[in-house]
Design a protein around this ligand. Structure first.
Ligand code: UFG
Length: 332
């Protein structure tokens, strides 16, 4: 039995690979290296460079490595980019994924786990959002992921393949052993931007909007440590392999922090008082989005790193490690 991890050279995928390899699983990574890095892929696993829509290649990997489960991370993830270039998102997150799913069904793959996103909910209130909430994605990114959720529900009903969908909230941090971390060039995510500013890679950073209906006026998010996120995948894989039903689950801790709180935490953890300006709102940002985590906790998920300062500290350590590499990914 083997597990195919698409996007395993990317941020979250590389952490999934570490989790699976540490557990003694046979793992194959398929990644086209458009945003991922081969050096992030753990040396204990097989690496194949290619695209998920390449049916011949994927069929060969499934056959050669006796793949029973696919964990599909490969995709595009930048919300503002999806607004400017929606067809890229419908191709990578929807059309290419359709082709991958078809190859998996034909190849007899038993389980499929898909990286979805809190962006499928769209604008929500200040309360934690449950999986049963109305789905009304506002960005092409969220829509492209939701379309794949729908495909998987139909496929799971029609074919002998069970499907697990995880809706990620705001993923941050790095492997506690510093074997992987967020390395994407031109990252836009808050914690990454803030630690890069602390390190002097940026002159200053902006807080996008301070007039939201939240306690301090800045947006509230549910920041989840990447190691806890991948442990949720491992748990879900175990559930499906034991005959559990297809399911969809939020992946967040169920509590939120504001942008100002995150910035203060980065300053406290790094001991560096960097320049922060309060600018206009960023289009498409919900005021608050926090997970209701009841469903995944009922599956037995027990997070180990639910501590914002700890998440920031690991992100900071990884950023400093990247500074020591000659091939450091570009900041912009
Ligand atoms: N922010 C700033 N300044 C920055 C960067 C971000 O103020 O330089 C703010 C944003 O406006 C937002 C918050 O920090 O209010 C978090 O922004 P991120 O870009 O870090 O993350 P998002 O909440 O926009 O997006 C994340 C994931 C998406 C997912 C979404 C669901 O990256 O994939 O959560 O809520 F869809």
């Amino acid at each position: 039995m083997g597990v195919l991890v698409t996007g395993g050279a990317g941020y979250i995928g590389s952490h999934m690979v570490l989790n699976l390899a540490d557990a003694g699983e046979t793992v194959v990574v398929l990644d086209n290296l458009v945003t991922g890095f081969e050096w992030l892929v753990d040396h204990r696993v097989h690496f194949v460079k290619g695209n998920v829509a390449d049916a011949d290649l994927v069929a060969k990997v499934i056959g050669d490595h006796d793949i029973d489960a696919v964990i599909h991370f490969a995709g595009s993830v930048v919300v503002p980019e999806s607004v400017d270039n929606p067809l890229k998102y419908y191709r990578n997150n929807t059309a290419a994924t359709r082709d991958l799913i078809e190859t998996c069904v034909k190849g007899g793959v038993k389980h499929f786990i898909f990286s979805s996103t809190a962006a499928v909910y769209g604008m929500v209130g200040l309360e934690p959002v449950s999986e049963d909430a109305v789905l009304h994605p506002v960005s092409p990114y969220g829509k492209s992921k939701l379309m794949t959720e729908w495909m998987l529900a139909d496929v799971a009903a029609a074919h002998p393949m069970t499907c697990g969908v995880l809706r990620y909230f705001n993923v941050a941090g790095a492997d506690p052993q510093m074997r992987a971390g967020q390395s994407t060039a031109g990252a836009t995510h808050l914690i990454k931007v803030a630690v890069q500013t602390a390190l002097g890679h940026r002159d200053k950073m902006s807080v996008f909007g301070d007039d939201y209906p939240t306690p301090d006026g800045t947006c509230v998010r549910d920041y989840i440590h990447v190691a806890d996120l991948v442990s949720a995948h491992a748990l879900l894989l175990d559930h499906l392999r034991k005959g559990g039903e297809s399911t969809t689950m939020n992946c967040g801790y169920g509590r939120g922090f504001s942008v100002d709180e995150v910035v203060s935490t980065v300053k406290a953890v790094t001991g560096i008082d960097f320049a922060v300006e309060h600018g206009p709102r960023r289009p498409g940002d919900p005021a608050s989005i926090v997970a209701s985590a009841d469903r995944i906790k009922a599956l037995g998920w027990t997070p180990r790193y639910d501590d914002l300062a700890g998440i920031v500290e690991m992100a900071y350590r990884w950023e400093k490690y990247l500074d020591t590499r000659n091939d450091r990914p570009s900041i912009y």
